[in-house]
Design a protein around this ligand. Structure first.
Ligand code: CDP
Ligand code: ZN
Length: 159
């Protein structure tokens, strides 16, 4: 009836890259590097959804060796993941997530991220929680070399 899933992702931050996070473009001197648009929050959510549904992970669904996915908007990957989830008869109960990022402060972007992700997943904004933390200047996140995100999701079997 109910299935929980957990997802984690991390990306390197570098100059001269766009910074996509939660489907929104963040204004910053650095951005995330990766094969797709490297949206760390969306990738964590995708893995949580796939894990809850008992499906193989993001790297299996969307190989980073495939030219098809080079530079792809992660919202497209999330939308495709929703098709996989629905295809197995699951609906989202709720999603909770935490972004770990030293800089910039992103709390002002959270309403836009929530609305954007809700629209892509065709759920209510009230079903998504996005939180942000620094790493208190510790480690690679503290040195502003990277970003991590964690997500948990509850799925409900509909049929
Ligand atoms: O207070 P505490 O040390 O637990 O948390 P923090 O990592 O200093 O973050 C304090 C608050 O800043 C968070 O609750 C977020 O609302 C906000 N924050 C943010 O907007 N953007 C970040 N990159 C990190 C934190
Ligand atoms: Zn990723």
């Amino acid at each position: 009836m109910f299935r929980i899933g957990f997802g984690f992702d991390t990306h390197k931050l570098d100059e001269n890259h766009e910074f996509w996070l939660g489907g929104v473009l963040i204004a910053h001197s650095k951005g995330t590097t990766g094969h797709s648009d490297a949206d760390t929050l969306i990738h964590a959510i995708i893995d949580a959804l796939l894990g809850a549904a008992g499906l193989p992970d993001i790297g299996n669904q969307f190989p980073d060796t495939s030219p098809e996915f080079k530079g792809i908007d992660s919202k497209v990957l999330l939308s495709h993941t929703m098709d996989l989830i629905s295809g197995k008869g699951f609906a989202i109960g709720n999603i909770d997530s935490t972004i770990v990022l030293q800089s910039p402060k992103i709390s002002g972007y959270i309403p836009a991220m929530t609305e954007t992700l809700a629209a892509v997943m065709k759920i209510e904004a009230s079903q998504i929680s996005i939180k942000a933390k620094t790493s208190e200047k510790l480690g690679f996140i503290g040195r502003e070399e990277g970003i991590s995100a964690y997500a948990v999701v509850l799925l409900q079997k509909e049929k």
